[in-house]
Ligand binder design. Structure first.
Ligand code: NAI
Length: 332
């Protein structure tokens, strides 16, 4: 079966080429993203394999269906970039990889938090310039502070457990709380308002939906503790960037660590060093000494890539042989 991959990098080619061998798949790797101007490049594939910034709206799905594509394999957990109702109507099946390595994302979340807090990125640059001064590098102990975890699914729970290991008090908010887990791990479920008011660190681990869009906005930022550290490794559009910049300018927010950004599509994963940034808000964020940004790399561990390739290739193999998809992976 022929599969066209969009938005691929060297690591996708490496891990998928290894995983696909046992499933008799014919893989075509494209570097550009999927949108309504690139659907034709799926050519005669029966399935397309897409990532977080490929656009899978009704127009694109209709074009794919007309080109005889019958399956969309998302090689990620989030699925906010696909119109599932349109996929169902068009008779396209859709799968994702729901849990490739929640540890990868949780560990990156804590790595970002501690890099920002202890100013490791700035210290590293200084020492490389033979500047061994400590001025401006003061951080705070996590021990004894309060973390607020919004969303206690796979990633949020692991992040909470790591932060408990630092000796933090952990408050959590989730409309579907994991009550037994919280009791076992010493985590307290509270209202969103209380979490925002008491968290020294607030970390987002919930999906992007119509309801959660701009969950962090002017009003919710105002409710947060002065000096709060905000960490977002989930989805960029959970945070209103304009409001965040205002809260940084007023010094209300003490630090911001982001692995995702509201308008990351077309910027993240690419090298813009030679041409500069068109996005003024991203450029402004990068001017703050207390903002740390990585380019949607929380998932990027060997274990996660191998698991993404294993699950996606198995599902594509099952599709070819008309067998059911792996449990919990089918969205449409
Ligand atoms: P999950 O589905 O296991 O957990 C999400 C949790 O959020 C659930 O417990 C759900 O009840 C909760 N939730 C839903 N609406 C909420 C709301 N309004 N307020 C609070 N909680 C709410 O998802 P998982 O695997 O933990 O992933 C979390 C997010 O991390 C994903 O949605 C995805 O966007 C992001 N992610 C980012 C990656 C990266 O590389 N930066 C990689 C993988 C996932």
């Amino acid at each position: 079966m022929r599969v066209t991959f969009f938005d691929t990098k060297s690591y996708d080619r490496e891990f998928f080429s290894a995983a696909a061998t046992t499933h008799g798949l014919e893989l075509r790797f494209l570097e550009h993203r999927l949108d309504d101007s690139t659907t034709a490049t799926a050519h005669d594939a029966e399935a397309v394999c897409c990532f977080v910034n490929d656009r899978l709206d009704r127009t694109v799905l209709t074009q794919l269906r007309a080109a005889k594509v019958r399956h969309v394999a998302l090689r990620c957990a989030g699925f906010n970039n696909i119109d599932l109702a349109a996929a169902k109507e068009l008779g396209l099946t859709v799968t994702r990889v729901p849990a490739y390595s929640p540890h990868a994302v949780a560990e990156h979340t804590v790595a970002l938090l501690q890099t920002l807090n202890r100013k490791i990125h700035r210290a590293h640059n200084r020492v490389r310039e033979h500047n061994f001064s400590l001025a401006g590098l003061v951080g705070f102990d996590l021990h004894g502070k309060t973390a607020g975890i919004i969303g206690t699914g796979r990633i949020g729970r692991i992040t909470a457990e790591i932060l408990r290991g630092f000796g933090m008090q952990v408050l959590a908010y989730d409309p579907f709380p994991s009550v037994e887990w919280a009791a076992a791990k010493g985590v307290a479920y509270v209202t969103l308002e209380r979490l925002q008011a008491e968290g020294d660190v607030v970390s987002l681990h919930l999906p992007l939906t119509r309801e959660t869009h701009h969950l962090v906005n002017e009003a919710s930022l105002a409710r947060m503790k002065p000096g709060v550290f905000l960490v977002n490794t989930s989805r960029g559009k959970l945070v209103d960037t304009t409001a965040l910049i205002a809260a940084l300018k007023s010094r209300h927010v003490g630090g911001v660590a982001l692995d995702v950004y509201e308008e990351e599509e077309g910027v993240f994963f690419e090298d813009h060093s030679g041409r500069g940034l068109d996005d003024d808000e991203l450029a402004r964020l990068l001017t703050f000494p207390n903002v740390l940004i990585t380019s949607h790399q929380a998932f990027l561990t060997r274990e996660a890539l191998a698991e993404i390739a294993r699950v996606t290739s198995a599902n594509l193999g099952h599709l070819a042989h008309r067998r059911p998809f792996l449990d919990g992976t089918q969205l449409a």
